[in-house]
Design a binder for this molecule. Structure first.
Ligand code: ZN
Length: 462
């Protein structure tokens, strides 16, 4: 990178905003990476105006820019190479304001998700976006990847929670659309261009988030099923019976449940490990006692009707936390190495045969392999953790083919919530038509003609 460019970057962000050489390469490349960050320069702007000046400068020099947030992504969407300039949003951070009447929160992109949840809670309100990385992921990354998580069934993905946004285009133009209203049909809703674009169309710097009333009750249960058909049957039944209170419906296939509910991770499983399917169910409502009584009634009816064969309902916050700890213990899969993680979407009606087919292929190709399945069934989103049982160069690609190929014919998606990044780029065509990808490229070329923003992520332009 030429010295003149570095000097001009310094003029914009000052000493504290510019890291070079060892100060860059001594940083971690991300929580899922073993190695350190590769880049020439890392800039840390404190304002939207600084982001704008940086991008205008980089665009003039055709200098690639890789935006980075909390680095908790799973698809190499923020990966860099030695020549890159990293634009970290870490100093562009903080909750700016909360409007308790309009139920909105205005925040800068580098703010940790957990800090936003806490600020909303302190104001007597609720920001529902939630995922395991809440303490380190940043809202800018959550929005740029349209994050999902554990409460999508009730509140939607990140996209549904953003009312307004401020975005800097590749040439430095600031598109400020800090809308605070639920309704605004005055022309195109431009924020949706940038949400989920993984930093390839613009760099989002500020948001107006939608807040919700704080739930006053939470009821949580773990249930077991004898056959897969009963899993969606119970989902539809309780969704109706709970009148909109259902907030999570997390399914676990037997092998995942048995892994997380037994030693060394868990002393006593809440339900025996012999059943083929389990679901963790949570409802959030308004009155703890009355809601618990109704929750118990709905589940005991399901037990009487044979839809579920066993159930345990948490009677305290501690028991609730213990049930969630099982679902959140995805790390236990790391006992098997190497291990590869997937997040696919497909209609519930295809899930059982799809997973049977994947398992058959995995055990045929990798006799020592392991396949753990769990996920947000209510959203049509399954997670798979697959280990080939041994290290060989082709196993990852072979497993990707086994998991992704069958999705095309059933209208599934190679990415439910993690995005595309570099990892799923070769498989994007399985979930998007040539015309869809063509339009994505047209938009990219229109908004970033010099291809400086996170180049090479999601798709290649050539
Ligand atoms: Zn997930």
């Amino acid at each position: 990178m030429n010295r003149d460019l570095i000097q001009q970057l310094h003029n914009i962000v000052g000493d504290a905003g510019l890291l070079c050489d060892d100060a860059v390469t001594s940083r971690s490349a991300g929580i899922w990476h073993q190695e350190n960050l590769k880049a020439t320069v890392l800039v840390r702007p404190k304002t939207t105006s600084e982001v704008s000046q940086i991008l205008a400068l980089c665009n003039a020099h055709k200098q690639p820019v890789v935006p980075q947030g909390g680095l908790t992504g799973l698809v190499h969407g923020a990966d860099t190479n030695d020549k890159d300039l990293v634009l970290s949003l870490e100093r562009l951070s903080g909750v700016e304001s909360i409007d308790p009447i309009g139920r909105t929160l205005t925040v800068l992109a580098g703010t940790a998700l957990e800090d936003i949840q806490k600020a909303a809670d302190d104001a007597g309100l609720f920001f529902p976006l939630d995922l395991g990385a809440r303490g380190s992921c940043q809202i800018g990354g959550n929005v740029a990847t349209n994050a999902g998580g554990n409460r999508v069934i009730r509140y939607g993905m990140a996209r549904a929670l953003i009312l307004g946004s401020e975005t800097v285009l590749a040439d430095g133009t600031v598109i400020s659309s800090m809308n605070t209203m639920l309704k605004n049909n005055a022309g195109y809703d431009l924020k949706h261009l940038f949400i989920g674009s993984e930093g390839t169309l613009g760099i989002m710097t500020r948001f107006v988030l939608r807040l919700f009333p704080k739930p006053q009750s939470a009821n949580t249960a773990m249930v077991a099923f004898e056959k897969f058909d009963d899993v969606p049957r119970l989902l539809n039944h309780i969704d109706e019976a709970l009148g909109g209170q259902l907030s999570s419906y997390e399914v676990m296939w037997k092998d995942f449940y048995a892994l997380v509910a037994t030693a060394p991770h868990c002393k006593t499983p809440p339900l025996s490990t012999e059943h083929p399917f389990y679901a963790l169910i949570e409802a959030q409502g308004t009155d703890q006692q009355a809601d618990l009584a109704h929750f118990e009634k709905v589940l005991s009816e399901a037990l009487e009707n044979g839809v579920i064969i066993d159930a345990v309902i948490a009677q305290s916050q501690r028991e609730r936390d213990n049930l969630w700890a099982l679902r959140d213990s995805v790390d236990e899969c790391n006992r098997f190495r190497p291990i590869y993680y997937f997040d696919v979407s497909l209609s519930i009606r295809h899930m059982e045969s799809y997973i049977e087919n994947v398992r058959r292929e995995i055990s045929h190709n990798f006799p020592d392999g392991q396949c753990f399945v769990f996920g947000h069934l209510g959203d049509g989103n399954l997670h798979l953790a697959v280990s080939p049982g041994h290290n060989d160069n082709n196993s990852h690609t072979k497993i990707e083919h086994i998991i992704y190929s069958p999705l095309a014919s059933i209208g599934g998606s190679v990415s439910a919530e993690h995005g595309v990044g570099l990892e799923k780029k070769p498989y994007l065509h399985l979930s998007r038509s040539a015309e869809e990808i063509g339009l994505m490229k047209t938009l990219k070329q229109a908004l970033d003609p010099n291809n400086i923003l996170n180049p090479g992520k999601v798709f290649d332009l050539a």
